[in-house]
Design a protein around this ligand. Structure first.
Ligand code: CP
Length: 327
């Protein structure tokens, strides 16, 4: 396997993708540029490539997912990998097997890449220390969701032509959001300015250390913004009452046309999904084909995940005789 297609040049000097933290502007740009090429491939009738031919990818999702899991599966298959979706609900995790034992067991089957989503912050990094393959974080607790931030960046860059200098508002449940954290890190690295908008109860302690502007009033916060990124109210992570009611939350923080009018006239709306319609976003705004990028974000998700898998695979040993044995 030494043809240019199967041995392209390394572009990403990291073994794993655990977070946006620690990535340079060059790392991010390299992934976005590669993802741009996969957008074109995905729009062709023949979407199949071979850069991951012979590679094995395991998707290990301990938490529910529609977009991330399906797009990682499509991404791997479109690149020619053998993709296995581990069904955690019917696995020995249900019999009490630990995360690490599960990882070491799968590692013994010589996968090249494991894509992991876990409900606990830090779990994916811990797992990455126990396996000999590359690991991709598909979302860990409230810590990071790096491929979401990359696909958001790709979506913005394709529409606005740049990231540098844009003003982006991230609105809603910042406290529980790994998407917010990864996006703040990425946007700052790429020279954008970030505002967070939400009720004080949904702002993490010490958020100001991230270098963001903080607003509790939607209309004031949206003034002069180029991008309005809405977040889901993460009810499943809320122990206790963070908002008086969903109806009250929508009144003050739900994005409708009245609040959107405070942003720039050409401001675009994003949401990582899944959406709570009528809670954090009005249906008409979410479905507005001129203002909403939500479906485009999903399309970019496949391309970005192809880029990440391709970039990591370029750093893996190509000669089977030098592949590391399972730890
Ligand atoms: N945005 C996102 O992570 O969606 P899923 O939970 O459906 O994967």
């Amino acid at each position: 396997m030494s043809s240019p297609e199967t041995s392209p040049a390394p572009i990403f000097p990291h073994r794993h993708l655990i977070g946006i933290e620690g990535l340079s502007p060059q790392d991010i740009t390299a992934l976005l540029d590669l993802a741009d090429t996969y957008v074109e491939q995905n729009r062709r009738i023949d979407k199949k490539g071979a850069v991951l031919r012979g590679r094995t990818q395991i998707n290990l999702f301990f938490e529910a997912s529609t977009r991330t899991q399906s797009s990682f599966e499509l991404a791997g298959k479109r690149l020619g990998a053998d993709v296995m979706n581990m069904s955690v609900g019917t696995s020995s995790v249900k019999k009490g097997e630990t995360l690490i034992d599960t990882a070491v067991t799968l590692n013994a089957m010589h996968p090249d890449m494991i894509v992991v989503r876990h409900q606990n912050s830090g779990a994916v990094e811990l797992l990455s220390q126990k396996v000999s393959c590359s690991v991709v974080n598909a979302g860990d607790g409230a810590h990071e969701h790096p491929t979401q931030a990359l696909l958001d960046a790709l979506t913005i860059r394709r529409r606005k032509g740049k990231l540098q200098g844009l003003r982006v508002a991230i609105c809603g449940d910042i406290l529980h959001s790994r998407v917010a954290r990864s996006n703040i890190l990425l946007l700052h690295t790429m020279g954008a300015r970030v505002r967070v908008i939400g009720p004080p109860t949904l702002m993490p302690t010490g958020i100001e250390r991230f270098g963001v502007e903080i607003f509790h009033d939607m209309k004031k916060g949206l003034e002069d913004c180029d991008i309005v990124m809405m977040l889901r109210l993460q009810l499943e992570r809320m122990a206790g009452s963070y908002v008086p009611s969903q109806r009250e939350y929508f009144r003050y923080y739900g994005l409708d046309y009245d609040k959107l009018a405070a942003a720039k006239p050409d401001a675009l709306v994003m949401h990582p999904g899944p959406m709570n319609r009528g809670v954090e976003i009005d249906s008409a705004v979410a479905d507005d084909i001129h203002r909403s990028l939500i479906r485009e974000q999903v399309e970019m998700g496949v391309a970005v995940r192809m880029a990440v898998l391709d970039a990591l695979a370029r750093n893996l040993p190509n000669d089977p005789s030098i592949a590391e044995t399972a730890k």
